[in-house]
Design a binder for this molecule. Structure first.
Ligand code: ATP
Ligand code: MG
Length: 173
């Protein structure tokens, strides 16, 4: 039986979501099912959505909280959408149908206290045996890092945006 891991990709450098996508592809290559849930911060990321469509039946891709940002002035509505997204994610975890569940940008829901931290961590640590969970996003709470089996912090050394180079298809989305 596989040893299910809790993995976190955090930090300010680029590569967290792409690392999670790489893991999803890797699992799919073995014919293992993945649920990739993106807690969207603002825009829509067509590149990964369209790529993942080619893995139909292996990677289930879901977008939660589409079109709103964490800095919105409607905090109650954001909290409601956060709870809705989390309810969906925890159902995917509890279903036991996935080899890996990815919670992309999930750290923001915890960082901005849109969800109560400890009950969320209980769900993550109490996931079905053998199931892997990947969490990405900046500002991962310390408690999450403590509980994780794998933590990688992407460190921003250089980013083209600093030279005024805008987001490009295939690189950022
Ligand atoms: P990616 O989706 O490319 O793997 P990420 O998930 O690590 O990036 P996020 O924090 O989710 O990064 O931010 C997503 C967007 O912000 C991407 O378009 C990315 O290029 C950009 N970005 C990430 N890190 C930096 C940085 N240090 N400076 C400027 N822009 C950045
Ligand atoms: Mg990301």
């Amino acid at each position: 039986m596989a040893r299910g891991l809790l993995m976190v990709f955090t930090g300010n450098g680029k590569g967290k979501t792409t690392a999670a996508l790489g893991m999803a592809m890797r699992a799919a290559g073995h014919g293992l099912k993945v649920c990739f849930i993106q807690f969207i911060k603002g825009g829509w990321r067509y590149g990964e959505l369209d790529a993942v469509k080619r893995f139909e039946g292996l990677i289930d891709f879901h977008v939660m909280g589409q079109g709103f940002t964490w800095k919105s002035d409607n905090i109650e509505e954001d909290a409601r959408l956060a709870r809705e997204g989390w309810d969906f994610a925890r159902a995917a975890i509890a279903s036991g149908s996935y080899h890996t569940v990815v919670l992309d940008e999930f750290t923001y829901l915890l960082h901005y206290n849109m969800l109560p931290l400890e009950p969320c961590l209980d769900i993550l640590t109490g996931r079905p045996a053998g199931q892997h969970v990947v969490v990405t996003g900046r500002h991962a709470p310390e408690r999450l890092l403590e509980l994780a089996d794998l933590v990688t912090e992407m460190r921003a050394v250089k980013h083209p945006l600093a030279d005024g180079i805008k987001a490009q298809p295939g690189i950022e989305f």
